[in-house]
Each structure stands twice: as C-alpha cells, then as structure tokens.
Write a protein that binds this ligand. Structure first.
Ligand code: IVH
Length: 694
C-alpha cells in the first residue's frame, strides 16, 4: 500500500468520524439547550467536541458548514416570540488542565503578535451554572429580555425577566450608553433551591433535579406571575449591543455594571500570568461548596477590550476567553441490573440501574453504558460495585468496576428486547469493521422504534405539538390509533369512534385543545417536514440545507426517485452543497428506496400545507469569495487577517487558482503574486483589503 493510499484511508475514516461526532454533538445540544434534559455528561460531551476539533484541525478541508464547531446549540422552539441577537450570544471554549490555561495565554499572545515575555492582563471569575440571558436597556429603561437560544436567535422572555429583583427596571447611577444590552446568568441559589423542593414535595409534586433545571423551568413559564414566585437571580458579566463604548477593560465594564444596579460576582480578579490564574482557580474550587450557588468552572477573559476586539471569535467562541472546567464529581455504588433501551434509529443502548446514591447533591439511579464495547471495556456486570461520575446535570456514566461480583459476564442481546428481531451493526465499507452501535433490524415495524419515531415527530424542534408527548404517543400507538405520522392529523376526524374526551386524563376541553394544537401545525416549513422523518444523518441542519436547495417540497419530491442514482443531477447537486456528505445522501436514498417509507411520507404530505424554504442570502461584500493572503502583513498577524476574512463569510485558501477572487499581497510577495497576475486574479494591498471589508 502506498503512503498516499494510507493517507486516503485515514482521511475517509476521519470524514466518517467527523460526521458521527457532529451528529452526536448536535443531538446532545438539542437535548441540553431545548429540552433542558442533557443526555451526556459534560466530560463525555467535551470529549466528543475535543475529538471533533482535533480532527478538524488535522483535516481543515473536511470542516462542514453544519459542523457543531461552527455554531452554538439549536434554534429556539416556539411558544415565546423570537429575538434576533444583533451581537451573537456565543459559547466558551473549555480548558481542562493547567497546561490548557498556559496554552490559552500563549495562543492569545501569538495571535496578537506579542512576544511571549509581554505581560497581559486577564480577568478570572466563576462560571455560573445557570442560563444566560440578555437584557436590553434603552435610555436606561429595561425594554427587552431574551434567552440565548441558538446564539443567533433567542426567545423573548421580557415579562419573566422583569420579575427578577436583580434585573433593574431602570439603570441607576449615570453614564450608561443610550442603548446597552447587559448579558449574564440567571440562576437559583442552594438555599432557595432546597426551599423550592420542600414546597414541591408538600404539594405532592416531583422534586427539581438541580438548581439549573429549576431555573430553566422557572424562566420559561408562560405566566410571568409563576416566574415571579421563583427565587431567580441574575449575575451580570458581559454585554452585547451598545450604542457607544462604556469601558476600556473587562474589569472596568463590570464595575460600571455594578454602578448601574447589577449584581456582579465578588470573586472576580485580574491576573497577569497563567500561574496566578490557575492559583485563583484552585481558590475558587476550594470555596465552591460555600458560595451558595452552583458553579462549574472559572472563566478567564483578556482584560483589555481593544485586544478582545482584535482577537474576535472562532465561530462559536471568543478567542479572548476560556472556561477552565472543574473535574466531575464521583461516587461508588452497585449495579442492580443492566437494561437495554431501543432508540428511534433502532440503536440498543445499555443502561446500568444503580443502587441510588447522592453525587454532588443529586440522587443518581441510572448510568449509561453506551454500547456493547463499553461494557466489555469496563468488564461490568450485574452486582458489581462501580465508580460513577456525574458532571453538571447530565446522565452519569460508569467509570470503572471497583469490586467485581461473582457471576457471569453480561451478554449483549442478539435479538431486539422489544420486538425480538435480530440485532446487527453497520459495517464500514472500507475497513470492514463493525460499528460499535448495535441496532434492531426491524425498522418501523419494531414498536420501540415506531413509538420513538413518533415521539421525535411531535417533539419541540419538529412538529412541536403541544399536549402530545411520549406518554400520549405510547397510549395511542398501543391502541392502534396512531401508527404513522399522518394518523395524528386524522384523529379529529376519527374522534366519533375514538371518543378521546372519555379517556383517562382527557376531558372535552383538553381533547379539543389537542385537536386544535394538531391543526395549528398543518402549515409547516419544508425543512421541518424533512427533519420530522427521522432519517439517519438527516438532522436539522441537513434538512435545512436540502430545503434551501430545493426551495419547494414538490421539487424535492420529484427528485426523490433520482436520489437512488448517485450520478443523477439531483444527487450530484445535493452533494455539491457545502456541508452535505455521502452519509446523509446515502441514508436519504436508502430511506426512500423503501416503498412503505415512500407511502408514509405521501400520506403525511397529504395532510399538510408545506411552506417554501428561503434561499440563504450573503450579507458581506466578501461572502462566498475566495481569498489568498501572501507576503508580510503589517497590520495584523496572518491568523488575525484570516480569521477576519472567514468571519465575513470568505473562504481563505493557501494557493492561487482560477477560483481565487482576491489575492491580498504584502511586501515580499513572490510566486503567488506572479501566478495571480497571470491568472487575472484581483490583487489588493492590505489596506485596500481593509477598505473592501469595511
Ligand atoms: S462570558 C462571549 N462569563 O457559560 C462569551 N459566561 O459555556 C460570553 N457563563 O454561554 C460568556 N458564567 O451562559 C461568561 N462568568 C461568566 C459565565 C459565563 C457562566 C455561561 C454563559 C455562556 C456559557 C458558555
């Protein structure tokens, strides 16, 4: 085998892994941001993200537009009005070790072309484990409050945020800009959380899992008087849109916010070395239990705002800040049983049922075992005493067996535990290796898969049908009333037979409400219909890309038969979309090759009025253009110039070709300049380029 072939194999593997990682991260994001119901531990999630980032760094041309590293979270899902963030609300990159912090400081200096020996100021403050919110003030008056949502568009929760004592209705002091958007974290303190749970128990209701979940639920109440009754608080630590600058440093900005009436965190300090930052981290970690609210790390930020501006963002996170995460909390307990859950795509996930134990203030009784390989790696079986780990408010994981029990090793089922169909795992065409995930082969004929597919269909990000959740879907499915999505839309017409109003848990009003909620969703955007089908690898982002490509559902539908042919025009043109890959297209084609799937979609579409998609519009003079930088740049480091161009939607390439739109040439430019001139590529000086991008 030649070196080139080996590289090719590596690249193919990397591509597959990138697709898989992206999907895992996206679905975890959806559960975390939308359902307040995280499926992965922070550590697991972070490991996936780190692996993806490292593969993307190694193979930058494999970075997909829809990669989770290129965006934050998922879109908000209805109920509240939308608020477009004029300055995106971003996330933070993570540091897990002291070394990561040293690297961060060095990276910042390198980007700014500063010598390593230069002293640079950084602030350090606790990372509050709550929910971020943006508060807009006009002439000092609180006018709008929003959630982060996907970072671009959030939800309008003005009325709810206005009920918080720590959200000033009018700014105090003086000198605030005419327009200023203050950002920070909404959270619930430990004592208040305990009181809330005592009241829940007294009212015969379920306790809240943790303060973050309680805060999330309290903030998204339709009725602001419910929010008002909850002990929510707000810490200010950042800002978005401002009509004029109001500080020169991060420290000063936070001092101004305190003058204007906001709570700011008293643990915030300024440091001038990675060593001092890490020492402060240790101090905060030690003080953690006594702070009175949950924190999950320490955030470091470059103090000088002028430098923050120059550092800018890498798609989802600023280059000038990093979150140094705390280690996850651990405990030892016993595995009482190992259950297998069957997911929407037939995946069999083993779950350890544990003797309940409190880890970091939360009672844990289940932990994911991920897949058969993980069980084998851990060597875990029923009766074992195991160490578990819980980070944040996510499903805990088993780390290791502490003391094995007597008895047989766990045997992974070869039949689906729900429908008894055989289990199989995908085989990688190139490597011949089996995927670690085992799946039930019965498709929608497996009741577990069918129910999960329907649950996905009605879920918040998809058809978002109020009053139709897992419990109701299961009941309808069991009674044979809803077998496929189209059946949901014919329930009202069939109600003379069904008599939903006589069912336990339903009355005249709730039945009528459900029918109205269903009817309200008959008009629905193209991308949601595609996403609703639950096709593997065709998630939200790919559905949107496909919808934006075809614009009209009918055009897509006419192209469907041709998707079976990988050299057909529709197939090739979809493959040409930035961000679409073979896996998604292959999966789409496979889905529609089944006659019963085809029929299911046909039946559904008959019930709907599908809205056209909107074509994306470029919004900067260099969006979609290809730029090459050459020679010595005098105003910026190469990284900074490249980052600026990319943030404006340009593609930055290392070599000149006929596809190059601009060559930005500094002093000392050589062969690239000659090649560009020969190819008729537009050549700009650094300052001409700056004028062009404004
Ligand atoms: S700064 C542009 N500071 O952590 C970045 N974020 O994982 C602005 N968070 O979305 C964020 N405490 O919700 C910042 N002291 C703090 C924070 C903090 C909590 C949250 C915030 C952010 C998330 C990122």
């Amino acid at each position: 085998m030649s070196v080139e072939q080996a590289d090719d194999g590596l690249e193919t593997q990397a591509k597959k892994r990138i697709i898989w990682l992206s999907q895992e991260i996206r679905s975890a994001d959806a559960l975390y941001y939308q359902d307040d119901n995280p499926a992965l531990s922070d550590a697991d999630y972070d490991a996936l993200r780190r692996e993806l980032i490292s593969l993307e760094t190694e193979f930058p041309h494999l970075i997909r537009k829809d990669s989770p590293t290129q965006s934050v979270g998922v879109k908000p899902a209805g109920k509240f009005g939308k608020v477009k963030h004029s300055v995106p609300m971003l996330s933070l990159d993570n540091a897990f070790s002291d070394e990561d912090v040293t690297d961060f400081c060095a990276r910042v200096k390198r980007f700014l072309s500063l010598p390593e020996t230069d002293v640079l100021g950084f602030t350090a403050e606790p990372k509050i484990d709550g929910l971020s919110a943006a508060l807009r003030y006009e002439n000092g008056k609180f006018v709008k409050g929003a959630t982060r949502g996907d970072g671009q568009v959030g939800e309008d929760i003005t009325a709810n945020l206005a009920t918080l004592d720590t959200v000033p209705k009018h700014l105090t002091g003086e000198g605030w800009p005419e327009v200023v958007e203050i950002r920070g974290e909404v959270y619930i303190g430990h004592d208040e959380f305990d009181t809330m749970n005592v009241a829940q128990v007294a009212a015969g209701k379920a306790e809240y899992k943790n303060p973050r979940n309680a805060a999330a639920g309290s903030l998204r109440q339709i009725d602001p008087s419910v929010t008002a009754s909850r002990p929510l608080k707000f810490f200010a630590y950042a800002w978005g849109e401002v009509s004029e600058p109001f500080a020169e440093t991060q420290m000063q900005a936070v001092e101004r916010m305190a003058e204007w009436g906001f709570d700011v965190n008293p643990q915030m300090r300024r440091h001038e070395s990675a060593r001092a930052m890490v020492a402060h981290y240790t101090e905060i970690l030690n003080a953690r239990a006594g702070l009175g609210y949950d924190i999950d790390g320490v955030v470091y930020k470059v103090d000088a705002l002028g430098l923050q501006d120059r550092l800018g963002f890498v798609s989802r996170a600023p280059r000038w800040a990093i979150a140094h995460k705390f280690p996850a909390e651990k405990a030892v307990t016993t595995v009482e049983d190992i259950d297998i859950q069957v997911g929407r795509t037939g995946s069999l996930t083993p779950v350890a049922r544990l003797t309940p134990i409190t880890v970091g203030g939360v009672v844990v009784s289940n932990a994911t075992l991920h897949n058969a390989d993980e069980i084998a790696r851990l060597g875990v079986k029923v009766g074992d005493s195991v160490e578990i780990q819980r980070a944040g408010d996510v499903i805990p994981q088993v780390l290791r067996v502490v003391e094995p029990a007597q008895g047989e090793a766990f045997t992974f089922p070869t039949q689906c535990p729900v429908c008894a169909a055989p289990v199989s795992s995908d085989v990688d065409e190139k490597t011949g290796r089996h995927d670690v995930v085992r799946r039930c082969t019965n498709g929608l004929s497996c009741p577990a898969q069918a129910v999960q597919a329907l649950v996905h269909f009605v879920s918040r990000q998809v058809f978002d049908i109020d009053g139709l959740g897992e419990r109701q879907i299961e009941a309808f499915y069991e009674k044979g009333l809803i077998k496929e999505p189209a059946d949901i839309f014919t329930i009202r017409a069939r109600n003379a037979e069904i008599k939903l109003e006589t069912w336990e848990g339903f009355g005249e009003t709730s039945a009528a409400k459900l029918f109205d909620a269903i009817d309200a969703r008959r008009t629905i955007p193209f991308d949601r219909v595609l996403y609703s089908l639950g096709i593997r690898h065709v998630g939200r982002t790919n559905s949107r890309l496909i919808a934006q490509h075809f614009i009209q559902w009918d055009k897509f539908w006419n192209a469907v038969p041709e998707l079976q042919n990988p050299v057909s025009d529709p197939y090739m043109s979809l493959l040409g979309i930035d961000g679409m890959g073979q896996a998604a297209l292959g999966s789409l084609a496979r889905f529609f090759s089944s006659e019963s799937n085809h029929k299911i979609v046909e039946n559904l579409v008959e019930q709907l009025n599908i809205e056209d998609a909107e074509a994306p519009t470029p919004d900067s003079p260099v969006a979609g253009k290809t730029v090459v930088f050459t020679g010595k740049l005098e105003l910026f480091s190469r990284d900074e110039a490249k980052a600026r161009a990319q943030s404006l939607g340009a593609k930055v390439s290392g070599s000149v070709s006929r596809k190059t739109d601009y060559l930005v040439a500094g002093p000392g430019a050589g062969s690239k300049l000659k090649k560009a001139e020969a190819a008729g590529v537009k050549v700009l000086t650094e300052s001409e380029w700056l004028t062009l991008i404004g």
